[in-house]
Design a protein around this ligand. Structure first.
Ligand code: DC
Length: 231
């Protein structure tokens, strides 16, 4: 078996650079990159646009479950100009799922077990032949417990907040450091304490704490691991 038909699982805290890292590994080793958080955002977007989430944030779980069971939601990742975009029933919803409204609702939707089952079955189908790298919160623990390589990414919360703050400022937007930090701490708490598939490091996941690492350090780190494992 070569590295090209492996499954690589990257889980970890938010704002640790999982998706950038996973995308680069995918490019370098010819793997398909799947951003699993996009699917949680996609289901949230679907629920919101179909009036299943009220203005106070309460979710009509009964209706959502029956609509998901109908199986008329077709999520696909389509490749365009080297980027993969999430499509729902042939509509590109990438921009909509990245907005603040969805970001603020998604963790509640991601805590629902039938939503997780729905997404897990999509992910298992995509990954059944291997050759994929997925990033998320439960890929190495729940979706692919037998993944060939598992990485758990973390970094000090203040450092993550500083990076996120910098990104916002560089985009020309305004931000308050303390608010950014609080948001990161809250997301960590929600991810780690939910009862369904909480974020945790799989026993066999390699820890990558990039608090004090440069991008180059991180690239060397993964190159060494892949070389040692698969030559
Ligand atoms: O990685 P992200 O911020 O796009 O994830 C969006 C949400 O989905 C976030 O609340 C965590 C959740 N998620 C999850 O529960 N399990 C995954 N495998 C991926 C994301």
């Amino acid at each position: 078996m070569t590295k090209y038909n492996k499954i690589i699982a990257i889980d970890g805290h938010s704002s640790t650079g999982k998706s950038t890292f996973a995308k680069e590994i995918a490019k370098k080793y010819g793997l398909i990159y799947i951003d699993t958080g996009a699917l949680y955002r996609g289901v949230t977007y679907y629920a919101k646009t179909n009036g299943l989430i009220s203005s106070t944030g309460s979710i009509d779980t009964e209706k959502l479950q029956s609509l998901l069971t109908l199986n008329n939601l077709n999520f696909e990742f389509k490749l365009e100009n080297g980027n993969r975009y999430l499509y729902l029933n042939n509509n590109n919803i990438e921009e909509q799922i990245r907005g603040l409204e969805i970001a603020n609702l998604v963790s509640k939707v991601a805590a629902i077990q039938f939503v997780r089952d729905f997404i897990d079955s999509i992910l298992k189908k995509i990954g059944e032949k291997g050759g994929v790298i997925m990033d998320g919160r439960d890929i190495g623990t729940v979706v692919f417990p037998n993944a060939d390589l598992k990485i758990f990414m973390t970094a000090d919360a203040k450092i993550r907040a500083q990076r996120r703050y910098q990104e916002i400022i560089e985009k020309g937007d305004t931000a308050n450091f303390q608010e950014v930090l609080n948001n990161i701490l809250e997301r960590d708490h929600l991810d780690e304490t939910r009862s369904n598939a909480p974020l945790k490091r799989a026993k066999d996941a390699i820890l990558l704490d990039n608090s004090n690492m440069t991008k180059e350090d991180q690239d060397k780190w993964i190159e060494k691991i892949i070389k040692e494992r698969w030559g």
